[in-house]
Design a binder for this molecule. Structure first.
Ligand code: UDP
Length: 326
């Protein structure tokens, strides 16, 4: 049985992917330093290593202990990154240094294949949508820079014959496991759908819309929402293509190709939860483009992947998850 190392497997998308790998008959070793991870979402059937990627000796021991066939690399600092002087060095250390250690240990142990968790934030504010993979990459925050740098490093490792990779650039990850085994647990929470559902649960007084004067039909920002079960499936497809040697160095968008405005998310959530919560329009948030929608043509062509969950299913599964946390 193939054993897959899932770094960051105690996180939101990592745990969903670990569950899917197990369902597909892989063995899973979750590696997480539990800085942002949650014990409750580590699948019982997975092996678990509480290990920091920055500790290269410890990391090497994990590879010595387990016969790792490939890596799926989620582990990263928080996606909302403070650029304050005191936070920045440790962010770079946790992310870039940890990632370089991982690549070095893979080289040493002759593990060739990796699926890397990247982001639509590599594009920054695009000139047009839908966003295709070859469009300019101009990240506007540290999170986006580090993910893009890592993609560049992977490309170098590939040219040197050390690593084959697929970098998956997620658009707005959302939803929860259909069987309620894992879901979104960010702290602090900043993402729209969980905040909306927490408002429906009366954990918040109201939901704020960050600006309704954008260049969209209802004035609120449009995003491409994609369910974590669909993302998880894409990781396993990418892994299979790497094992088959059909992909060796690719960056692929994961989005639905469809966009929903902030207002339409709120309206759909009101319909599903049957709660009429308070909504207030407030100032724009810095760095929010009007519209971010993926071209999903490459994912369809190279991975034969397309999302199965629609918006209703995204909000329903997320709602069940949030209610289960009560
Ligand atoms: N948003 C909002 N109110 C909130 C949180 C988010 O209006 O309390 C908006 C945000 O400005 C963006 C969209 O919802 O246009 C999605 O934001 P989120 O933080 O979920 O994901 P992002 O697109 O920033 O990765």
């Amino acid at each position: 049985m193939l054993k897959i190392l899932v770094t960051g497997g105690a996180g939101y998308i990592g745990s969903q992917t670990a569950l899917h790998l197990l369902d597909e008959g892989y063995e899973v070793v979750i590696l997480d330093n539990m800085m942002n991870g949650h014990e409750d979402v580590i699948p019982n059937e997975a092996l678990f290593e509480n290990q920091d990627l920055c500790d290269i000796d410890g990391l090497e021991q994990v590879f010595d202990k387990h016969d790792i066939s490939a890596v799926i690399h989620f582990a990263a600092g928080p996606s909302i990154v403070s650029e304050k002087a005191e936070a920045l060095p440790s962010y770079y250390e946790n992310n870039l240094k940890g990632t370089l250690n991982l690549f070095e240990v893979m080289r040493k142990k002759n593990v060739k294949n990796i699926v890397f968790s990247s982001t639509a934030a590599v594009y920054g504010i695009p000139d047009s949508t839908p966003i295709t993979e070859e469009m300019d990459k101009n990240p506007i925050n540290v999170y986006g820079y580090v993910k893009y740098m890592t993609e560049k490093i992977l490309a170098d490792y590939n040219r040197s014959g050390l690593i084959n990779y697929v970098a998956l650039r997620y658009f707005n990850a959302c939803g929860a496991d259909s069987d309620g085994r894992t879901g979104e647990l960010h702290n602090p929470e900043t993402h729209l759908i969980p905040l909306v559902l927490q408002t429906a649960l009366k954990k918040r007084d109201k939901i704020y819309i960050f600006g309704d004067d954008y260049d969209t039909e209802d004035g609120t920002c449009i995003r491409d929402y994609v369910h974590t079960e669909d993302l998880a499936r894409a990781h396993v497809y990418a892994l299979k293509k790497l094992f088959e040697g059909k992909l060796t160095a690719e960056a692929i968008n994961l989005g639905s190709g469809e966009g929903y405005s902030v207002r339409s998310i709120i309206n759909e959530a009101k319909k599903i939860t049957k709660v009429d919560f308070a909504v207030e329009v407030t100032e724009r948030r810095e760095g929010d483009p009007d519209v971010l929608i993926a071209s999903s043509a490459k994912a369809k062509e190279l991975l034969d992947w397309q999302p199965e969950h629609d918006l209703e299913s995204i909000i329903k599964t997320a709602w069940n998850w949030h209610k289960s946390l009560e």
